[in-house]
Design a protein around this ligand. Structure first.
Ligand SMILES: Cc1cc2nc3c(=O)[nH]c(=O)nc-3n(C[C@H](O)[C@H](O)[C@H](O)COP(=O)(O)O)c2cc1C
Length: 163
């Protein structure tokens, strides 16, 4: 079976969802990797440990990660041994506190002993200041591609399938 990447995100108004899809599209560029994208509420806890790599995305809520992401990570704590050592990437959006949200998630994920894929992505979503989405999408796809390449353990066998 080919390595599986799970992209998990929370999103109320679509910004983090857009980023999650771009990260997933970047991961799909790498051959022989399967990619699943799930909202927090769609995640089957028992299947999370079966994935080989993870991307986790959250909006900043009250300067920290969203409650749904925190709740999910709290539930996953008991499964941390199954996630230990696997590649993990983080992405956040916000109107100022997106970096803090990313740092929050990084700190919690540290308990899972991951192979961090850094740098993660922080996107400011204040409409009048946000960067053109094309640039953000390229960054996001690059993070997804790096995650997929790390997930295929033998990097020499990681090939780009699509342009
Ligand atoms: C309840 C709530 C609280 C928020 N608090 C913050 C905050 O403290 N700092 C910040 O930078 N953005 C905050 N935001 C803005 C969101 O993080 C931002 O709009 C984000 O891009 C929304 O992502 P989404 O479209 O995926 O839901 C908040 C949004 C909501 C709904």
């Amino acid at each position: 079976m080919c390595p599986k990447i799970l992209v998990i995100y929370d999103s109320n108004t679509g910004n983090t969802e857009k980023l999650a899809k771009a990260v997933a599209n970047g991961a799909k560029l790498v051959c022989d990797v399967s990619v699943e994208v799930k909202r927090t509420e769609e995640v089957d806890l028992q299947k999370v440990g079966e994935a080989d790599g993870y991307a986790i995305g959250s909006p900043s809520h009250f300067s920290i990660m969203s409650g749904k992401i925190l709740t999910l990570l709290t539930k996953l704590y008991s499964l941390r041994n199954k996630m230990s050592g696997k590649p993990m990437a983080v992405f956040t959006t916000g109107t100022g506190a997106q970096v803090i949200a990313l740092e929050n998630i990084d700190r919690i994920l540290g308990v899972f002993n991951p192979m961090f894929i850094k740098p993660g992505i922080v996107i400011e979503t204040v409409p009048e200041r946000a960067n053109p989405w094309e640039i953000d999408e390229k960054q996001a796809m690059n993070l997804g591609r790096k995650l997929a390449e790390a997930t295929i353990k033998d990097r020499r066998s990681a090939k780009i399938c699509k342009q």
